[in-house]
Ligand binder design. Structure first.
Ligand code: CA
Length: 450
């Protein structure tokens, strides 16, 4: 098994979103049909025509995991009814009645298409800047401002109760589902039941399935609206069942925690999650900064939390030369595109956003969209748009070459995380380049020895 740190369902969802982007598509988390009347309510009108579901390819998964071979998938699919029934004692411990269990699981069929989606490894990945371009658009800023105005009394109450900035909540809503228009239309119970009994993440999804049963048994969410992404994330801000259980609140006081059809419950539940994850009220997530080319780039590491004052002493300053509001706050430096792109000082609240979604590009999109909704300016510095983004094969080759050169990158997986960046920095230092850790095509060429 590979390390699972970045392999959460959100990671899967993000990979899928990236794949959709790479294929030239829009950022859909599932084959959702945007409908004007789904806006805001998150509900699906009864007359909505569902697109024909794509069948399973019948092929083994790309992960090579023994549970992902075509034979293992077929065998597990044959065993699906018995597997689901075997979970009854655990469902009972979740407070699900026998009658509910029978009603909810009777006739439940697995959705084998999820096996293709779980193991899809997009050949091309979007660059940081392409990703931000897709998520931060004038339309999304405009729509977010309209919703902040429309639901101003609710945002007022939620902000007061939880101390989480309304712009962050609106940005999560905007980035996760484009304000409820792309929330997904796969029945959550079927998705998590499938993943609980078939494929390589069964232990993880068993709890998600049991909690999904619990949600339906308690009638928190209307069954026909309990739909979402293929990995089981549902509603405007894409809660997973387990996160729902921990964080959802009944803010409108109707006795149900409904993060799908109740805007107050949805916003308050999202705020509650951010607060419980450590959100610091009144603080920013971070700042765009100018990084001098002479900086020791080994400092650009999320384990290196220095005070704003210390960063200023190292020559790092805000783009508009404004002072940092709290010079004693600590932050880490993120330089996602190397010395030729913008830098960011990320405070504690950025880490809180990353608990929601562990991808840096995603968390930066949420922070930046929040700033834009508040009336803030676009990023000032240019991205190195002339840089070609490495394909998956090239990323794997880069990692293998770094390993061959004696650098520790863990197991090559085609994902360019902190370990790979550190190895690139070490390689760049050794060869007299600015060690900014950016995986450019020229670094790959140098590694190839050209
Ligand atoms: Ca409620």
């Amino acid at each position: 098994m590979r390390p699972t740190r970045s392999r959460t369902p959100r990671g899967f969802i993000l990979s899928l979103a990236m794949a959709a982007l790479a294929a030239g598509g829009s950022l859909t988390l599932a084959a959702a049909q945007p409908k004007a009347d789904r806006l805001v309510t998150g509900s699906i009108p009864a007359n909505t025509k569902m697109p024909a579901a794509k069948p399973w390819s019948g092929e083994s998964g790309a992960s090579g995991h023994p549970e992902m071979t075509a034979e293992a998938i077929r065998a597990a699919a044959d065993d699906f009814p018995r597997c689901i029934q075997s979970l009854w004692p655990q469902a009972a411990r979740h407070g699900v009645s026998r009658a509910s269990f029978e009603t909810l699981t009777n006739g439940l069929k697995p959705d084998l298409r999820l096996m293709d989606l779980m193991d899809s490894q997009p050949e091309f990945t979007k660059s940081f800047w392409d990703y931000l371009d897709v998520l931060i658009t004038d339309a999304r800023i405009q729509k977010g401002r309209e919703l902040l105005e429309k639901y101003r009394p609710v945002f007022d109450r939620v902000e007061h109760a939880y101390g989480v900035d309304r712009h962050i909540l609106a940005a999560i809503w905007g980035v996760e589902t484009n304000y409820s228009t792309l929330a997904g239309d796969r029945p959550v119970l079927r998705s998590v039941a499938t993943l609980a009994c078939i494929g390589r993440r069964q232990a993880y999804f068993r709890d998600e399935f049991l909690i999904a049963l619990e949600i339906l048994h308690r009638r928190d969410i209307a069954p026909e609206h309990f739909v979402g992404s293929w990995a089981g994330a549902f509603g405007p801000t894409q809660f997973m069942p387990r996160a729902f259980k921990r964080f959802a609140v009944d803010f409108d006081g109707d006795g149900h925690r409904d993060t799908v059809d109740s805007i107050p419950d949805m916003l308050a539940s999202t705020a509650n999650m951010m607060k419980r994850n450590g959100w610091q009220a009144g603080h920013s997530w971070g700042y765009e900064v100018v990084v001098p080319a002479t900086l020791d780039f080994s400092l650009a590491d999320k384990a290196r939390m220095l005070s704003m004052r210390q960063w200023e002493q190292l020559g790092v300053h805000r783009v508009n030369r404004a002072a940092f509001p709290r010079p004693d706050d600590h932050a880490f430096l993120l330089v996602p595109a190397g010395v030729q792109g913008p830098g960011f000082l990320m405070t504690h609240n950025f880490r809180v956003i990353m608990k929601y979604n562990p991808a840096e590009a995603y968390a930066l999109a949420i922070g930046h969209l929040a700033d834009r909704l508040r009336g803030g300016a676009a990023f000032v510095q240019d991205w190195p748009r002339y840089e070609r983004v490495l394909s998956r094969a090239e990323r794997l080759e880069l990692q293998q070459l770094l390993a061959n050169h004696g650098f520790n990158i863990g197991e090559p997986d085609g994902r360019l995380g902190g370990e790979t960046r550190a190895a690139i920095r070490a390689f760049q230092s050794r060869t007299g380049r600015v060690p900014d850790g950016f995986a450019s095509a020229s670094v790959l060429d140098m590694l190839r020895g050209r």
